[in-house]
Design a protein around this ligand. Structure first.
Ligand SMILES: [Ca+2]
Ligand SMILES: [Ca+2]
Length: 535
């Protein structure tokens, strides 16, 4: 039996429908002819704030109206931004008088307002989209210097996802400094300032860092005589240690290009921040050696007004097994509580030092099989794992998972091999992917999660370890009635020599040619119509 995977034309409507291309910039001037008479212009933004991750966008819909408030088609529309990138879907309004386009941040990840000036025909409008998400984290060593003691400050500037923002200036100022100093962030978003001496008078000083459109304010106590950092007040209800990123490359040159941020947070039972907590970060023995260190050495760090104390883990030249580095934060409310290496209370976090990750690919062919009882379809995938040199990695553990992105509703047209008009695709209702029906998730009101997670299962064809050729076969299996109605993402990851690699691909459930004549999927199992969660 010849088994052929039918290409679903309908699928392109979901997978890659992001933008229509279009020319950024302004459309040409009206070239004579009959310019439609636009009496007013309105616009609608789907959001007025976009995150600075680079993948967020605001969609603007511009509507051109005539004097009688009817839509005006073919009106030329231009949108000019003060920064960022505008991608229109068209330079003129459509039959409903509308034109849409995307506003994105472009290469500039700083917090700011993006102003747009638009014109439809001779009518103009303007507005603002705010960019947010920049964060600055300051590490001061020592946390409470004595008068005249050298102080080292590093600032990590990150986007909304915690990814470092490289190549931007960070300006440090405040009463602790005699003059403002500037440093540039490196490839990890870290700016390291040259050391300065703490002022001679023991008192509390201010320190301010400014970068990427945001400001971070800290206080530094120069301690001596009567001026000491007070003990922390309040009962710690939640003490946490987070490590970002939790996989970091080694510093093969002995430098500190690659670092992971250690962030301690202290809250009381009412979720209020506890400042002035003393924290000492340390590598739990046996460490990796080979030059690994903590940026604050064996000094204590003091939590700021937000209850946060920071340091950096700096890898040496060696890599570790997965989660092979244990970092401990010891904490107490006073200097005495941590003196002489004491560790009254602690939390431990783990991270991995890994060189170039292994490379993974997911391959497939155009074939599909029927399950043993002719109730399911099975699609097999070839997973290949290679090291940085391209050599096959054998005996590597492979993990595969499936995530259903969307489900379809409607009917199948067995003449044209397409879903009929009125069919469509909705987002998976399990927004937080916890497998439970939570408040607000049951958009279609059937009392359960749509689609059920078990509508596609993945498994290993012949064990989960790669063979000597670095390959392993995984498969996805689903009941025949969901064919063409589920869009799913297959994720494969593998750890080899402490280095995690990962690959993802998106597929539509397909069927075996011939089954469209009378297959069980000709009507969506999720209904002919549906109510979707908002996009
Ligand atoms: Ca849920
Ligand atoms: Ca539902």
């Amino acid at each position: 039996m010849k088994k052929i995977l039918l290409t679903m034309l309908a699928s392109c409507a979901l997978i890659a429908c992001g933008g229509g291309g279009g020319n950024p910039g302004t459309p040409g001037n009206g070239t004579g002819g009959t310019t439609p008479d636009v009496a007013s212009v309105e616009f609608l933004l789907d959001k007025t704030v976009i995150a600075n991750s680079g993948s967020d966008a605001a969609t603007i819909t511009v509507t051109a109206l005539s004097a009688s408030r009817n839509p005006v088609a073919n009106a030329p529309v231009s949108v000019v931004l003060s920064s960022g990138v505008f991608t229109p879907t068209s330079n003129v309004t459509d039959a409903s008088g509308r034109m849409t386009g995307k506003i994105e941040i472009g290469g500039d990840r700083s917090n700011r307002d993006i102003r747009f000036d638009l014109k439809a025909g001779a009518q103009a409008g303007a507005g603002v989209v705010a960019v947010t998400g920049s964060q600055i984290a300051l590490t001061v060593v020592p946390s409470a210097p004595t008068p005249g003691q050298p102080v080292e400050v590093t600032a990590k500037v990150a986007d909304v996802n915690g990814a470092g923002i490289s190549g931007i200036p960070v300006v440090l100022s405040g009463s602790v400094l005699s003059a403002a100093i500037t440093a540039q962030t490196d490839t990890s978003g870290v700016a390291k300032f040259s050391a300065f001496n703490a002022p001679g008078a023991a008192q509390v000083y201010s320190l301010q860092a400014k970068a990427s459109g945001v400001i971070s304010n800290e206080q530094i106590t120069v301690a001596g005589g009567a001026t000491q950092v007070p003990d922390a007040v309040g009962i710690v209800s939640a003490a946490s240690l987070s490590i970002v990123p939790n996989t970091v490359k080694p510093n093969l040159d002995g430098g500190r290009t690659n670092m992971a941020q250690l962030r301690a947070l202290f809250l009381d039972k009412d979720n209020r921040a506890i400042p002035n907590m003393r924290v000492r970060f340390e590598i739990v023995p046996p460490g990796l050696g080979s030059g690994e260190s903590i940026s604050t050495g064996n000094q204590t760090v003091i939590s700021n007004a937000s209850g946060v104390a920071l340091a950096q883990y700096i890898p040496g030249t060696r890599v570790s097994p997965t989660d092979g580095v244990n970092v401990r934060m010891c904490y107490g409310t006073s200097d005495a509580s941590l003196s002489s290496g004491k560790c009254p209370d602690f939390r431990v976090g783990t991270l991995t030092v890994a060189s170039e990750p292994v490379s993974i690919t997911i391959g497939d062919n155009n074939e599909l099989e029927k399950g043993a009882n002719n109730l399911t379809y099975i699609k097999k995938f070839d997973v290949a794992v290679a090291n940085a040199a391209g050599e096959a990695v054998s005996d590597a553990d492979v993990s595969v998972s499936v995530d259903i992105l969307r489900y379809g509703f409607g009917r199948y047209d067995n003449v044209k091999n397409l879903h009929t008009d009125g069919s469509g695709f909705c987002l998976n209702e399990d927004v937080n992917r916890n497998g439970n029906l939570d408040s607000g998730e049951d958009a279609n009101g059937d009392g359960r999660l749509t689609p059920p997670k078990a509508d596609i299962v993945v498994s290993y064809f012949n064990g989960r370890k790669t063979g000597t050729n670095g390959r392993v076969i995984v498969q996805a299996e689903y009941p025949q009635n969901v064919a063409t109605w589920l869009l799913y993402k297959l994720t494969v990851s593998s750890n080899a020599a402490g280095s995690e690699g990962r690959a993802e691909r998106i597929f539509l459930t397909s069927f075996i040619e011939g089954d469209q004549k009378n297959g069980s999927f000709l009507t969506s199992p999720y209904g002919v119509t549906s109510v979707c969660l908002p996009e």
